[in-house]
Ligand binder design. Structure first.
Ligand code: BDR
Ligand code: CA
Length: 310
């Protein structure tokens, strides 16, 4: 039976790749997308989520709009330089036909988990505000989800937003700490593994030989993302595989090595957004989460290629 998932997302170039993979994977059934501020403003990510379900004819999948702001801090929009002002590489795609549903993202998550006890996987590939708000509405959902897969954090490597913080966690550190402490079965697919998997220029060239709406769209929006990686990381045409790695985990967890530990998120000061894995249990008790520490990168890339070109 296919795994039922909700994708909580701030699209976003790499979110787009992850969502296209999900919608082309028979192992998962996408019950909805929930949008959140992050790479760009909330009103833009909601429109992008609608565009992405419509891209290959899935306009019947509901999109619920989520938070425009972090729980307590200010939203500092900085993803535009990475993903474009429109989150779609400054290509300004046409207005989507559909509309977001009336319910908030948090309410949609609660209702869907309650309606499918023990069956829902939440794939979170943006800031964790909607998940924290869902827990606030109904803490009982923590015991009812099958799994929460989060693209976020940097447990044993430097951050990408600051020397210690990864972007999704940094954008709403308070929400992230709530999500880490909730006691649900959670997996962190962080920079420890997403930066080990690089989509090279050659990989993309081969990918773009396929002819379908998803690949054509990704080819169009990706140059801005590649240029950022070239300028900032000097990656010679390569790009890190953040959100698609988390999607790959849902289909092929065997491609990842994990270690369990309680994870704490720093919520103030210079190190805000740092994910601290308490490997030795030296701090106060907190439920453990699984932290991905290694990955079969070739396996992840092969899976992405296969899903986008099938
Ligand atoms: C994460 O931040 C965003 O820019 C990406 O979409 C990804 O979710 C990587 O740190
Ligand atoms: Ca994202």
């Amino acid at each position: 039976m296919a795994t039922k998932i909700i994708i909580d997302t701030d699209p976003g170039v790499d979110d787009t790749i992850a969502i296209c993979m999900a919608l082309r994977s028979p192992e998962v059934q996408v019950l909805g997308l929930t949008s959140v501020f992050g790479n760009v403003k909330g009103e833009v990510t909601a429109q992008n989520a609608l565009r992405l379900v419509e891209l290959e004819g899935h306009g019947d999948i509901p999109v619920a709009r989520g938070s425009d702001l972090p729980l307590f801090s200010r939203f500092e929009m900085d993803g535009a330089v990475v993903h474009g002002e429109d989150g779609m590489g400054n290509t300004h795609p046409p207005t989507p036909r559909g509309k977001v549903i009336e319910r908030t993202a948090a309410q949609f998550i609660v209702d869907t988990v309650r309606a499918n006890p023990g069956e829902m996987t939440l794939l979170a590939i943006g800031p964790l505000t909607n998940l924290a708000l869902a827990l606030r509405l109904d803490p009982g959902i923590a015991g009812l989800v099958k799994e929460v897969v989060v693209m976020g954090g940097a447990a044993a490597c430097p951050g990408n937003m600051t020397p210690v913080a990864e972007a999704n966690i940094w954008h709403d550190a308070h929400a992230a700490d709530t999500v880490m402490a909730a006691g649900w079965p959670l997996v962190l697919v962080g920079l420890d593994v997403t930066q080990k998997t690089v989509m090279s220029a050659q990989f993309r060239q081969e990918l773009f030989r396929a002819d379908n709406a998803a690949v054509r769209f990704i080819e169009k929006i990706i140059p801005c993302y590649v240029q950022f990686a070239d300028t900032v990381y000097r990656m010679d045409g390569g790009i890190y595989t953040h959100d698609p790695s988390a999607m790959a985990y849902i289909i092929r967890p065997d491609l990842f090595s994990t270690r369990s530990a309680p994870v704490f998120v720093e919520t103030e000061g210079r190190c805000i957004g740092q994910t601290v894995a308490d490997w030795q249990h030296q701090w106060e008790a907190r439920p453990e989460v699984k932290v991905c520490l290694d990955v079969d990168s070739a396996g992840v890339l092969a899976l992405i290629r296969e899903r986008l070109t099938r």
